[in-house]
Structures are given as C-alpha cells and as structure tokens.
Design a protein around this ligand. Structure first.
Ligand SMILES: Cc1cc2nc3c(=O)[nH]c(=O)nc-3n(C[C@H](O)[C@H](O)[C@H](O)COP(=O)(O)OP(=O)(O)OC[C@H]3O[C@@H](n4cnc5c(N)ncnc54)[C@H](O)[C@@H]3O)c2cc1C
Length: 446
C-alpha cells in the first residue's frame, strides 16, 4: 500500500513516522513544498528574541533522519497542485519546475494554515512580513540583525502578535500595535484583558485598538501604516491578523469543508472520501463542550491528529474525542490561559451561562513572592456543567488551566469540579486553590 502525505510539518511528519512504526514495510511518501520539515513554529517568537540562536535550532528532526533512519520517502521542494480522486493521484511541481504525478492508495492532507494578509495597498512592500513558517522567521531575524529596525508596527493583537511584541522589545525595538476592533482580546473576560493591557502599557508598547487600517506606504526606509485618524511608522511591519486553513486542494477536489473553511473530517480524521484523511491546522475538529465542529489551529491537535490518521490508515482504528480549545501564551511577565468556552461563546451555543471572576494570591498569604492571579470561570445554569475557564497571572496560570481542561473532557459539573482534591503547599497556592475559590463563587450563581 502507498500512503501519500501532503505537508511535512507537525501533522504530516507525525503521521509519516507513526505509519512507518505501525507497518515498517509500508511505502510512505511525504510531499512538502518548502525546504523545511518538522520544526517548532511555536518557538519562533522566542528564537527571534534571542540574537544568539539560529532559526534552524527549531528543527526537531532533520529531513535526512526521516529518509535514512525511518525509510520515509520525504520529497521537499514538491508542491502539490491538485488531487484527482478518481485516478487516486496527486499532481504538482518541484522547485526546479518539473511536474510530478504520484499515485496513492491512502492520502493524508496535512497542509496546515496560511497567514492572512489583508488585501490592501502596500501589504506587499518589502519590510512588511508575516510569521508562519521557518523561512519567514529567517527573514525577520535577518531584518533585525541588519540593525536597521528601530521601530516596528504590528498589525493585529492575537497571541502571535503579542508574543512577537515581547520578542521585538527584547531586541531593543520600539513596538506599536494596531487593529480595527476596539477590544484587545475579544474572547477574554474584560477584567482579565485589562491586566494584559496594563502589562503591555508598563512595557511601553503602543496599543492602538479600534483603528481601521487603510494602507501601508513606503517613505524612504520608513514604512507608514495609515489609518484615517492615525499614522504609525517603523522600518518593519509585522502582519499578524490570523491564519486561514490551507484547504484549497481539498476544495478543488470536491471534498467537503467545515467551519472557517477547514476540511471536514470525522472522528477518525477521514474526509468525505474514504481514501482521503486530513489532519492538523487544515482540518476541523469536534469541540468537547459543544459537541459541534470547530476550527482551532494549534500544535497538540495537529500532532495527535497526525498519529490518529496514520493509525486508521494502517488498520488500527482510532477515534479522537475532540478539543477543548485549550491555549496558553506569555505576554512579557504574564501567563495567559484559556480552556473551553467564553461567556459569549457559551451564549452563542445555546447554554444559559453564568460567570465568576476573582483575583486571588498565587501562593499562601504568608508565603513571600506571591502575585495575584485572575480567574474567570463559566458554568451552565441549566445543567450545572463547567463550560470554560480563563486565567491571567504572573505565575501558575498556565499550569492551573490544565485542571479545568481535563474537567471539560470529563463533562464535569462546576459542583464536581469544586470538590476536586487539588494539591496545596504554601509556595504553590493558598489552601483553597484559586480554581476552587472561583468554582465556589460560580456555584452561588448557578
Ligand atoms: C509563530 C507561531 C507560534 C505558534 N505558537 C503556538 C503555541 O505556542 N502553541 C500551539 O499549540 N500552537 C502554536 N502555533 C501553531 C502551530 O505551529 C500549528 O498548529 C502547527 O504547526 C500545525 O501543524 P500542521 O502540520 O497542521 O501545519 P503546518 O505546520 O502549517 O505545516 C503544513 C505544511 O504543509 C506544507 N504545504 C502546504 N501546502 C502544501 C502543498 N500544496 N504541497 C506541499 N506542501 C504543502 C507547508 O509548507 C507546511 O510545511 C504557532 C504558530 C506560529 C506560526
């Protein structure tokens, strides 16, 4: 059997490795359009922050290891342009302009997501960059190394924008962030978002939320981001306005798409075609709280879905329950974490939600060095179910979110969660962990 995989990063290489482990004699071909495979995109902002590290340090496993040690036929510089489902072939072009046509018995689409660049004047100027893959990371690092970037403008305020804001400040660059919507992080409880804003302001980051961007102009070595009521300038503009699923190949082959245009897959990662699977950022997933399809492009799901697709292709039936939308990131000294639904999302999905928001110490009150941790928790008045949690704090926020994440997978009520035996010692939490205190407060509102 010939198993062909399009895309050679998290989902694609996880699937290729797993398939070879399951059936060593299986023919596995990976077609990757770029020169890079199996790297940690998530590490790029931290790598950019550090002038002493090379971008290539982020490569997890070199292409040669996949080829020579694992027997995977990994073809870099091979871009797939079309899937012919009747002939069971993929066609494309390599980076020397030679066409190829490859037959598959089973196909996995693992093409990830691509950065969105607004279709506005000037977004294609030199110095206007996005950060999605290793090559773009190298370009940004080179720009910074040139020493010419004294000021940067970041368009967008999502987690990659915020991580890059910290990275650029660490390189001594003055940073201004701008976006059209007035809220900094629209999904976040306002009390928690305020803490993130205060952290950014304390680091002297310019935050310009609520400004429609009209165009980017070049003025000598300077780039100007022009809004009707504001002009921001710098030598580099990072566009971090989100990503969209790379699902055009699937759509072109008549495969059904789901939320946000991601490839629709069942719990075994199979698309509407019984010979074609999709995994990672290009594919959708079930949400464990709503039970409905969703699209959340994050790394653990990509790796796990790659494994599961490979298991199913090699005859080991595997079903994935879904995702809880758990995500964490760092903004300077703050840890930010979320799992499950926000209040607005819970309303949208037909729950009758209530929320509790508290601020609590991260350590026992008499223990030195503690900081404040802010927690928001959402529960359903009708069923008593826990629906989601968000945390912001200087310590312990990220690891605390893992308890409610597990509770969401288990479908626990807020009451059951409030009875969990969470560990305590003075350096790590108050006797009543902030998660339990929030659950106790939320119970009063349900
Ligand atoms: C800066 C940054 C920070 C991040 N931080 C985090 C984090 O902290 N935590 C987290 O969970 N996630 C994070 N992510 C997201 C995470 O990197 C992705 O979820 C993950 O890489 C998805 O893996 P994937 O294999 O589905 O897609 P990708 O990594 O996008 O890989 C898809 C591959 O397919 C190739 N490809 C696409 N089209 C074709 C074609 N037609 N022919 C051949 N090859 C093709 C691409 O070149 C690419 O190599 C971050 C992402 C970025 C960019």
């Amino acid at each position: 059997m010939k198993f062909v995989i399009i895309g050679g990063d998290a989902a694609g290489m996880s699937a290729a490795s797993r398939a070879k482990r399951n059936i060593p004699e299986l023919e596995v071909i990976v077609l990757e359009k770029s020169a890079d495979v199996s790297y940690s995109a998530c590490g790029m902002p931290y790598n950019i922050a550090d002038p002493n590290r090379e971008m290539d340090d982020l490569v997890v496993r070199q292409a040669g290891v996949f080829r020579e040690k694992q027997g995977i036929d990994l073809k870099t510089g091979h871009r797939v342009d079309a899937i012919d489902r009747r002939a069971k072939t993929v066609t494309g072009e390599d980076d020397e302009g030679r066409g190829f046509r490859i037959h598959y018995d089973k196909l996995l689409i693992a093409t990830g997501a691509s950065a969105i660049k607004p279709d506005l004047p000037g977004f294609d100027l030199p110095g206007v960059v996005t950060l999605k893959n290793l090559e773009e990371g190298r370009i940004i690092k080179k720009l910074i190394r040139s020493g010419d970037v004294k000021k940067a403008v970041i368009v967008g305020m999502g987690y990659i924008a915020l991580e890059m804001c910290e990275a650029l400040k660490a390189r001594g660059i003055d940073v201004h962030m701008v976006k059209p919507r007035p809220e900094l992080l629209p999904w976040m409880a306002p009390d928690l978002a305020l803490l993130v804003r205060e952290e950014l302001e304390s680091q002297l980051v310019g935050i310009h939320a609520g400004h429609k961007i009209e165009r980017i102009e070049a003025d000598g070595d300077t780039l100007k981001v022009v809004c009707p009521d504001l002009v921001l300038d710098g030598q580099m503009v990072l566009v971090a306005t989100g990503v969209r699923p790379e699902s055009a190949l699937a759509a072109g082959a008549g495969i059904e798409l789901g939320p946000a245009g991601a490839i629709a897959v069942d719990r075994t990662l199979k698309t509407g075609d019984e010979h074609i699977y999709a995994a990672g950022d290009c594919a959708d997933a079930f949400h464990v709280v709503t039970g409905k399809k969703t699209w959340v492009p994050l790394a653990l799901r990509a790796n796990r879905a790659g494994w599961a697709a490979a298991d199913n292709v090699t005859g080991k039936k595997t079903e994935l329950e879904g995702i809880a939308g758990s995500a964490v990131f760092k903004v300077f000294d703050l840890e930010v974490a979320r799992t499950g639904l926000s209040l607005a999302e819970a309303e949208k999905f037909g729950f009758d939600p209530a929320e509790a928001v508290i601020r609590a110490p991260s350590r026992a009150h008499a223990h030195p060095g503690g900081t404040t941790i802010a927690v928001q928790m959402v529960g359903d008045r009708k069923s008593g179910r826990l629906l989601g949690a968000q945390l912001v704090g200087k310590e312990g926020a990220v690891h605390r979110v893992k308890a409610p994440a597990v509770a969401l997978h288990a479908g626990m009520t807020v009451e059951a969660f409030s009875q969990c035996d969470l560990a305590y010692a003075p350096p790590f939490s108050p006797t009543w962990d902030p998660m339990l205190t929030t659950a106790n407060q939320l119970l009063k509102k349900l």
